[in-house]
Design a protein around this ligand. Structure first.
Ligand code: SAM
Length: 284
């Protein structure tokens, strides 16, 4: 049996059968493979790390998008960094009040191959007139571009190795802060805490100084193995982290959403961090 093995730590990893290899390529930026697995459906991996699968992508994409957009309540301009498979863009565009989305992805090949082999991820989102796609390095964009500022910025990046490393830097966070409107919200995927505790602490240290309210919320995604994934949160308006369930439910209904994972109650609960995460985040 051909198999894809992702090593997470010495002695621990996950193995998925490659029932059919659909595409494999060394792009200008990273190694990309898309294969068929009998349990997860089509799977896309970059540099040996599973990025997304057909079966569980909804969990991650709904929590990365609807938590900040519904917490904001009036987001009309959204910036996505990374996200080449299109799942984040698809979910952002479900919000009728969103007028423009700029997506900055470093690797055109990811967009092209995911549109071809994982069409359900973008579901036509790349053709939406509200979407503007920029092929560039996210950190260069946030530090040099001069678009109108954004209400929400979502960093759907790879892990802090290879091309994604810069998306965990102070320089990147400073650029995102620069492009946010006052009271705007920044969120970013921040790894599986049990497996990558240093990543949580590093982000707290680097992102924390840019926002008066900086925290994390969590989501559990089967293919991001090892427990809860942390999603970083930054905003200068603490009230946005604590919008009550009734207000979230009203916004959810108004947006006409029908999610498979996100609920307003889960949104609130996701900010309750396990004790070991709180300990990692406490000053000493
Ligand atoms: N959801 C996944 C996860 O949690 O592992 C990540 C999704 S994957 C679509 C991440 C995307 O970030 C890739 O398409 C990759 O090409 C892009 N990316 C990596 N480094 C980047 C950079 N410096 N600037 C912009 N996009 C970048």
């Amino acid at each position: 049996m051909k198999a894809f093995t992702e090593t997470l730590s010495d002695g621990y990893g996950q193995t998925l059968s490659i029932d059919t290899c659909l595409f494999e390529l060394q792009t200008d930026h990273q190694h990309l493979i898309i294969f068929q697995n009998r349990f997860f459906g089509r799977v896309m991996a970059l540099d040996g790390i599973v990025q997304t699968t057909e079966r569980d992508e909804f969990i991650y994409h709904e929590m990365m998008v609807h938590v900040p957009v519904l917490a904001h309540g009036q987001a009309t301009r959204v910036l996505i960094i990374g996200g080449g498979d299109g799942g984040i863009l698809r979910e952002v565009l479900k919000h009728p009040q969103v007028e423009q989305v700029v997506q900055v992805e470093i690797d055109q090949a990811v967009i092209d191959l995911c549109q071809e082999y994982l069409p359900g991820h973008s579901a036509g989102a790349f053709d939406d007139p509200r979407a503007e796609i920029v092929i560039a390095d996210g950190v260069a964009y946030v530090n040099t571009a001069t678009p109108a500022p954004f209400d929400v910025i979502i960093s759907d990046c790879t892990d802090p190795v290879g091309p994604g490393e810069v998306l965990f830097s102070s320089e990147f966070y400073a650029g995102c802060k620069r492009l946010l409107k006052p009271g705007g919200i920044f969120v970013a995927q921040n790894g599986v805490v049990f497996m990558q505790p240093d990543e949580l602490q590093m982000t707290r240290q680097r992102l924390g100084p840019y926002f008066t309210d900086q925290s994390f919320y969590t989501v559990s995604v089967p293919t991001y193995v090892g427990g809860n994934m942390a999603l970083a949160w930054g905003c200068d308006d603490a009230a946005k982290r604590w919008v009550d369930e009734a207000a979230l439910a009203e916004r959810y209904q108004r947006a006409g959403l029908t999610c498979r994972y996100y609920t307003p109650a889960l949104h609130r609960a996701a900010f309750a961090l396990p004790a070991f995460m709180q300990a990692l985040l406490s000053p000493d």
